[in-house]
Design a protein around this ligand. Structure first.
Ligand SMILES: CC(C)(COP(=O)(O)OP(=O)(O)OC[C@H]1O[C@@H](n2cnc3c(N)ncnc32)[C@H](O)[C@@H]1OP(=O)(O)O)[C@@H](O)C(=O)NCCC(=O)NCCS
Length: 187
């Protein structure tokens, strides 16, 4: 039997910005398996809460289909060994499933499949990706940027509220086991 570890007081984390990060379009040469693994790693915390987000369990073919239905961006870290995939966001995904009423309006655009590798979360990579998607929405003439999130994830809700998003409505997607919250931000 392994010994029980004593509780260790957590030191405050010094949040250092990560260097050598670039955001670029997903390229045909990027690995769908690597992108899918990144999504699974990033959404694992929600899966452990008993939630079933699609991005937390989809296969590589679904990732391929979803990324081709919108504009996919990736955050890459340049290392001596080459580029490492560390984050992603999907702007303007067109889904097969019926979306919430808020998404149907012409002045509203949206993003989805937003994830950062848990190893470097909290260091501003998410903000870089969000800025990219919001900039693209403005360029496309949108007046609102919207998203759908798992309502039970209270920490995530706070993350978006701190960034100017507000609650709009609830929505039930056919492929999830939770109620989603639709949030939106005036651009
Ligand atoms: C949501 C997500 C993409 C944000 O990415 P990120 O790189 O962590 O985002 P940022 O670094 O820009 O901001 C993270 C915030 O959390 C805080 N934070 C996150 N992890 C932290 C940590 N380990 N230590 C301290 N602070 C942390 C940061 O200080 C920052 O706080 P702020 O809101 O006061 O600025 C990322 O957390 C993620 O992949 N989550 C799982 C998947 C998910 O839920 N996606 C969204 C679906 S709608």
């Amino acid at each position: 039997m392994s010994p029980v570890r004593p509780a260790v007081a957590r030191e405050p984390i010094a949040i250092e910005p990560v260097s050598d990060i670039a955001v670029r379009h997903l390229l045909p040469t990027d690995s769908m398996e690597a992108l899918t693994e990144l999504l699974h790693r990033s959404y694992r915390a929600q899966m452990e809460m008993g939630l079933q987000p699609l991005a937390g369990r989809q296969d590589a073919a679904t990732t391929q289909k979803r990324t081709s239905s919108g504009e996919c961006y990736v955050a890459v870290q340049r290392t001596p060994a080459g580029e490492k995939l560390v984050g992603t966001i999907l702007f303007h995904e067109v889904e097969d499933a019926k979306g919430p009423p808020w998404f149907q309006q012409k002045h509203v655009d949206s993003f989805s499949q937003f994830a950062v590798d848990p190893e470097i979360q909290g260091k501003g990579v998410g903000q870089l990706l969000l800025d990219t998607a919001e900039r693209r929405a403005r360029q496309c003439g949108a007046k609102e940027m919207a998203l759908s999130m798992a309502e039970p994830d209270a920490a995530l809700m706070k993350y978006y509220l701190r960034r100017g998003y507000r609650f709009i409505e609830h929505w039930q997607w056919p492929y999830t086991n939770y109620r989603s919250a639709i949030l939106s931000k005036a651009l």
